[in-house]
Every structure is written in C-alpha cells, then in structure tokens.
Design a protein around this ligand. Structure first.
Ligand code: HAM
Length: 409
C-alpha cells in the first residue's frame, strides 16, 4: 500500500472530477457505498475467482460478523439495490478504494482506486453500448490516445456452461503440457486458463474452442446489436474471444480497455460487462445489470507514458514575506484568500533571506514583502517572482489588493 502525496494526490481528485463530468450529464447519480460488506456479498463475485479465494481482506469484526473490505464496487452496488429497491433504470456512479491481496507490482497494488458506473434494470443492448462509449469518451477526455477496446460475449448461463465443459475437455486432453498453475486453475475454473500468460500454456490456449461458437440465439442477437451500436457511434474495437475477465458474475457482453503503453499483465485500464444474475443471487428480483470500472492507478501510469493529463500546478498566486513578526502576513494572506486568490506565507519569524527562499520555493507569482519600514509607512512591496524583467513596486497598503489583482491578471 502506498502513500500518494501532493501534488500527485490532487491529480487523483481531478481524475474523479473528469469522470463525473462525463457520466453525470448522461444521467448517472453519485452514490457512496460502504468500504466493508458482509463477506457473503463479495462471495457472489465467484468462489472460483482469485479475488474471492485468495485475495480477500476478510475478518471477523468485534460483533462476530464475517466481513470483508471491498475488492470492487459492483457487488456492493447490487446489494444496495436489493436493500433500497430504487426505481429502475437505476443509473449510478461511484469512486473509491478497493483492496485485493495481490502480488504488488507496477500497476497492481493491494489498495487501489476505481471509478465506476452501474445500471440496473435494463436488458436493452444499446445500454451496453452507452456504458462502453462512456468509458471510451472518458479516456479521450483525459487525453489518452493509445487505448484499445476489446469485446467479447460470454453468452447466457447455459451457453457459458456448455463452453466451460468444452474447454475443460480440451485442456484435460492436453493436461500434461499445461503449467502446474494452470492445472490447478483448470480444476477450479477452466475459463481462467485462457487468461494465462505462461509460455507452456500457449499452444493449448491457441487451439481452444471459441466462446462465439457456443452462443445461443439470444446471446448472439444481443452481441450483434452491441457491435452494431458501437459501429454506429464510430467506436473501434476488436473481438477478443479469450477475454474472460477475473470475476465470475459476467454473462453476455464483456469488455476491457487496454493501454497500449503498459505491460500486458497490467495493461487493462478498465473493464466491465453484464451481470444479469447478480441481483437475484443477492436476494433481489431478476434484474438486468451492466457496468464498468476504470482503475485510477493504472490509467494515470498510462497518462504518464503518453505525457497527458499532467499533475496540477499547485503553486499559489501570492507569497507573503513579513519581517515584522507575522501579524502582517496573517492579515494579508487572509485578505488575499477572501478576495479569491491563493496565498501562502512563511512562519516562525524567520529572516528575510530565509523567507525569500521560501517564497521562491513556493513558485508563487508574486511576493508581497512587509518590513518595519513598510509597516510604518503603510505600504507593501510587490515583487514579481516568475518574470525576471518586471520591477518590484511599492504600493499603499490599502491599494494592495487592487494592485495584486492587476498584476495577477
Ligand atoms: P476489474 O477488471 O477487476 O473489474 O477491475 C477494473 C480495473 O480496476 C482494472 O482494469 C484495473 O485498472 C483496476 N484494478 C483492478 N485490480 C487492481 C489492482 N490490484 N491494482 C491496481 N488497479 C487494479 C471490476 O472490478 C468490475 N467490478 C468492473 C465492473 C463494473 N463490472 C461491471 N461493473
């Protein structure tokens, strides 16, 4: 787990603001689901997934409840839907911290942030298109260009079950060539073997049957409508029959956005799909559901790689240097801030030299300097710090704010 400090941390907040500016105009309402849920809520992500079987921060609380820190947002949002029964379509967005006990590496952390949208109560395939398109437009809003959209359909539960049987038979027949890890995965979840990046597994993965061949008429029609919608919006994608995702609740449409600048094990910037059975599994009525989550940590790495969405410049407008004891600095910073400009100051009655150094370090646009002479004369010195040719001027104290406004604009 990492500390994210200034100015980087401000960029995280802005990331969420940009996401809000894309999804709120599309009718998504912000919600704040809890970080902690009953373990049973997350178990619906799938007993056979790494997330549930190996990576959960799970413990018994002081009341004896079996709880866990959330590894993602979707299951909790569906639990909230079942509990509050809002009118459908329920279109929501959220942002926040998740926990997975993974092997940390670049782009993969045990505590990480996601932004997320979910829609409950709609089966229409053009909603899938809306959700996928919002993710796509969000990356564009950040300035990212090297993003690839991968699309697949996992079919209806019955289609998927037939496919899993076929995959199991395929991998079983070549079991002795598979890596030890994949042999174990095969027993739990043959779909996940498709996701293996290990060299010995590749020949059998390449010759594995494709999900597309197992889609029944319903899922095939739905998938065709999603593709037609993306085509109509001019959003490019590739069909990736190996795209299985790491969570078990998906059926029909699944998708991922891959960052072309990142290593393949961590190149998924975000992803999502349909999970029409999840609300029912949590005790609610049969309800269509689809959503997506975008990883903040990883997407910012991709932004760094592409040189877009830079960290904010957090420097202030005005830095006050006060050698009279600090009273002037207190008053002037307060006035400047109330006038809508940013201001900072030095502390602890340091020397003029030390305060001027602090002013330079702050990268403020101007320094306001008040010594005993200025205080006695009712004036202040205004010295531009970023332009070498601009002269400093002495201004009457009661004209200081007007003067600063002129200099700063
Ligand atoms: P996910 O693919 O597990 O999907 O996670 C979505 C994104 O979160 C990933 O593409 C990645 O950017 C980021 N992420 C996941 N794990 C980590 C990690 N350990 N460190 C850093 N970033 C990470 C979901 O979570 C689903 N709930 C998405 C969804 C929403 N499906 C339907 N609705």
């Amino acid at each position: 787990m990492r500390d994210i400090l200034a100015p980087e941390a401000a960029r995280w907040r802005r990331f969420v603001d940009v996401f809000a500016s894309v999804v709120e105009p599309a009718g998504y309402g912000f919600i704040l689901p809890p970080l902690l849920e009953d373990y049973g809520v997350f178990r619906r992500i799938g007993d056979a997934t790494d997330i549930v079987s190996k990576e959960m921060y799970r413990f018994t609380d002081l009341g004896g409840r079996d709880v866990a820190l959330r590894p993602e947002l979707t299951a909790g949002v569906c639990r909230a839907f079942v509990q509050h029964r809002p009118p459908t379509p329920w279109k929501v967005w959220c942002a926040g911290t998740n926990f997975r006990y993974e092997k940390p590496q670049r782009g993969r952390y045990r505590q990480f942030e996601q932004v997320d949208i979910e829609v409950l109560g709609v089966e229409d395939p053009t909603l899938d298109v809306e959700v996928i398109a919002l993710g796509w437009h969000f990356f564009a809003a950040l300035g990212l260009r090297q993003v690839e959209l991968r699309l697949n359909s996992l079919g209806e539960p019955a289609d998927r079950a037939r496919y899993v049987d076929a995959l199991r038979a395929h991998f079983d027949a070549g079991r002795e060539t598979l890596s030890e890890e994949s042999v174990q995965t095969l027993d739990r979840n043959p779909l996940r073997v498709l996701d293996s990046k290990r060299a010995p597994d590749q020949p059998l993965i390449a010759s594995a049957p494709h999900m597309q061949e197992f889609l029944g008429a319903g899922a095939a029609d739905h998938f065709a409508a999603v593709r037609a919608g993306l085509d109509a919006l001019g959003i490019p994608y590739t069909i990736d029959a190996r795209l299985v995702r790491g969570l078990d609740y998906y059926l029909r449409t699944t998708f991922e956005y891959a960052g072309a600048t990142l290593q393949s094990a961590q190149n998924a910037l975000g992803g999502g799909g349909r999970y029409d059975g999840l609300v029912e599994a949590l005790g609610g009525p049969a309800t269509g559901g689809i959503g997506l989550a975008i990883g903040v940590d990883r997407t910012l790495l991709a932004c760094n790689d592409e040189g877009v969405f830079p960290p904010l410049d957090l420097s202030v407008d005005v830095f006050v240097v006060d050698t009279t004891g600090g009273g002037e600095a207190l008053a002037i910073t307060d006035e400047v801030r109330r006038a809508g400009r940013s201001a900072d100051r030095a502390w602890d009655g340091r020397s003029m030299r030390a305060q001027m150094k602090a002013a330079d370090r702050s990268r403020a646009a101007v320094a306001v300097i008040v010594g005993d002479d200025e205080r006695a004369a009712g004036t202040a010195v205004v010295r531009p710090l970023r332009t070498s040719d601009a002269e400093q001027v002495v201004v009457p104290r009661d004209e200081l704010l007007d003067h600063l406004e002129k200099v700063l604009t």
